[in-house]
Design a protein around this ligand. Structure first.
Ligand code: IVH
Length: 682
């Protein structure tokens, strides 16, 4: 075998492998840009030496073969892909050829290249009958049931003014075309960036690995075996091609008109389309779109430039696998590969331990990237990322660069698995990783990394309610180091506050008065204000009702805590772990010394209107916050608990109630709305 033949073989093997990993496993190990280079090399080699071309060469097909999971969807007309232009020179070459072959007066339509999955949709007599993926361009997968769940894909075409006009203009008496008898529409299914973020948050919560990018999530979503799972991904769709339009005698003759027709038939068409009379205009559109790339709520990876006139398109035709009437101008890639040198931990404002990748600096899309997020331990484990790995890194949208995964073929065996530290790297306290949570957290309320967030929570309405300590003040107090932990709030005085910019004498006085007043809020609000994980207002109230003092709660072990109604093992564990930390105990002492009330006053009303009654709150009430409602109930002698049981007397339900309402209905418990509660209180 000649060395050229060997090279062609090698390229083919690499491309096949990449295709398999990308399409079948959804687990790419080389970047799109690297793939493009391989394919270009092979195309070039086969063009120069046609004798090297084999019938099964990846250059002979478009995309990957469809999987066996779905029935085949044969395309009536092949679904083509596009040749790429990666430079202005290549755009120029495309333009020159188009003008030479199509004749004078070539006009272009520029569209954003949506980074999703190409689809073909069939409509018969106005109804969606079938839809499929591109597959290898000849046959894809029939995913009709899944596509029906995508809200932006019309199930019926709109009876549009366009069609009505046509019907009225129809003087031939040959019948009125209400809807085209057969229509094939092509477009891109994609996932909005906002929906992608939401989906990954949900997956994280469910302990599932996060998706690498919106495109992978969209492509997996379309190819679910259960349409309900497709629906859950909230996919979107843009139509960009009217492939067949039968039964319409005034079918559009240009791409521009086809887009208008698609729009009027009810399809979502991307609004950022531009008709360009000159190549300069095309280039300007490409440059502008690349600049604006992050401002769209969907990923785009380039611009598609199409000859507008269909007759000219016809004349230009198709060579090999690409039409000569269109080209994809590709933006600079925003993926790269580099070495993961180490994994560093930073402590977030809420105490989360955030792993971040320390990378050998790499250029990605014009920016030097030397660190990237790794989300959490589960992400690292699920994606089998090890220190020393060569990794794929993306810089998608405005978010921080992210490590996608390791390049397994580059493993040497010297890589190290990562272990989350057991102690907070900032303050040395215990780290907690609740079994069904993604994040590990520092349990020390006095941890310097958390000062701001903790103070803000401590001063908030439902906690110690210190008017004057909002977002901005909390930030100033912590940044100036006046408040290192919440107990420091009570050390503030006039001279300390003199350091805070833009604080007049009057505001200082007010703030100090409010701080003083907060000492009397009582142990339940204090307990909530400590910001212990899983301890909301209701849980805090229950614990204080049962134990009476902060000290008693701090002294209780997990079993004892669990005896309280609605306190499960998770909450008990978190409370006990909090009070086990020496810095936390010491902070409580300082709060006590400052005069903060730590034990419950005698129940205000023993014979109150709600005396002895047990309440559960769920959902959002129209006027009262949950804390306010709980306070009213307690003040009237009632008790608020966290979960519904046979012992519950009333469930107060607002909008979007949770499972508590269902349970209450099952148990036949009285259900009140806010006005029902007010009536009881009166
Ligand atoms: S036109 C022959 N228009 O990019 C024309 N494609 O490599 C084929 N794409 O397979 C497609 N946005 O998945 C066209 N506005 C757009 C597009 C678009 C995204 C995708 C599509 C296609 C690939 C081309």
């Amino acid at each position: 075998m000649t060395s050229l033949a060997a090279r062609a073989d090698e390229l083919r093997a690499q491309i096949e492998e990449a295709n398999y990993r990308y399409y079948a496993l959804d687990d790419p190990q080389i970047t799109d840009a690297e793939f493009d280079v391989l394919l270009r090399d092979l195309i070039e080699l086969e063009r120069k030496h046609p004798e090297l071309q084999t019938p099964d060469s990846p250059t002979q097909r478009v995309g990957a073969a469809a999987s066996q999971r779905f029935a085949p969807y044969e395309h009536a007309r092949p679904m083509l892909s596009l040749a790429n232009a990666v430079s202005v020179d290549e755009l120029r070459a495309f333009d020159e050829r188009a003008r030479k072959l199509a004749g004078a007066g070539v006009e272009y339509v520029c569209e954003l290249k949506i980074d999703g999955l190409a689809l073909a949709l069939d409509y018969r007599d106005g109804s969606l009958t079938r839809g499929g993926t591109r597959g290898d361009g000849r046959a894809g997968e029939d995913v009709t049931a899944n596509l029906r769940t995508i809200k932006t894909i019309p199930l019926r075409l709109r009876a549009t003014p366009f069609i009505l006009r046509q019907a009225q203009d129809d003087k031939t008496g040959l019948g009125m075309a209400e809807a085209p008898t057969f229509l094939e529409v092509r477009g891109e299914v994609y996932l909005r960036k906002s929906d992608f973020e939401r989906l990954n948050v949900e997956r994280e919560r469910e302990g599932l690995p996060a998706f690498a990018n919106p495109r992978n999530a969209a492509s997996g979503g379309v190819r679910q075996l259960d349409p309900a799972l497709t629906a859950k991904r909230r996919l979107s769709f843009f139509a960009y091609q009217l492939a067949v339009d039968q039964g319409d005698r005034s079918a559009p003759k240009t791409q521009w008109d086809a887009l208008a027709r698609l729009r009027s038939l009810g399809f979502p068409v991307n609004p950022h389309v531009h008709r360009a009379a000159t190549l300069d205009e095309v280039i300007e559109y490409c440059m502008n779109s690349e600049k604006k790339r992050d401002s769209f709520d969907y990923e785009i990876d380039g611009v598609v430039v199409k000859v507008n006139d269909f007759a000219q398109q016809e004349r230009l035709g198709v060579v090999a696998r690409d039409p000569r009437w269109a080209i994809a101008f590709k933006f600079r890639p925003r993926e790269g590969r580099t070495k993961l040198v180490d994994i560093a931990i930073t402590v977030g404002r809420t105490g989360t331990l955030n792993p971040s990748a320390v990378l050998t600096p790499v250029q990605i899309g014009g920016v030097t990237v030397k660190s990237a997020t790794l989300h959490n331990v589960d992400y690292i484990e699920n994606n089998d990322i090890r220190i020393g790995d060569t990794v794929l890194v993306t810089r998608a949208g405005d978010v921080i660069p992210r490590v996608v995964g390791p390049v397994l073929s580059e493993r040497t065996g010297c890589e190290r698995k990562f272990k989350m530290p057991q102690r907070c790297p900032v303050c040395g306290s215990d780290v907690d990783h609740p079994p069904d949570e993604a994040m590990s957290r520092c349990t020390n309320a006095a941890c310097p990394a958390q000062a701001y967030e903790r103070l803000r929570h401590f001063a908030s309405r439902g906690a110690m309610d210190i008017e004057g300590i909002g977002d901005v003040m909390a930030q100033q107090l912590t940044e100036l180091n006046l408040v290192r932990d919440i107990a420091d709030t009570y050390k503030l005085n006039e001279s300390a506050l003199a350091d805070v910019p833009r604080m007049g004498k009057k505001s200082v006085e007010n703030l100090l008065r409010n701080i003083e007043a907060s000492k009397q809020r009582g142990p339940a609000r204090l307990l909530y204000g400590l910001g212990i994980r899983f301890v909301g207002t209701q849980t805090a109230q229950i614990l204080v009702d049962d134990f009476g003092t902060i000290d008693a709660i701090a002294g209780a072990d997990e079993q004892t805590l669990q005896r309280s109604e609605g306190i499960g093992p998770e909450v008990a564990r978190s409370v006990a772990l909090f009070f086990k930390q020496e810095p936390n105990r010491e902070m409580i002492e300082r709060l006590r010394e400052a005069g903060v009330v730590m034990s419950a006053p005698k129940r205000v009303k023993t014979g109150g209107a709600l005396s002895g009654k047990s309440f559960v709150l769920t959902g959002t009430l129209p006027n009262l916050t949950r804390e306010a409602a709980a306070e009213l109930i307690v003040a009237a002698g009632g008790k608020v608990t966290g979960s519904v049981s046979k012992k519950t007397d009333y469930v107060v339900a607002g909008s979007e109630p949770g499972s508590k309402l269902i349970k209450a209905e099952q148990l036949g418990i009285n259900i009140l709305d806010e006005s029902g509660l007010q009536a009881l209180l009166e």
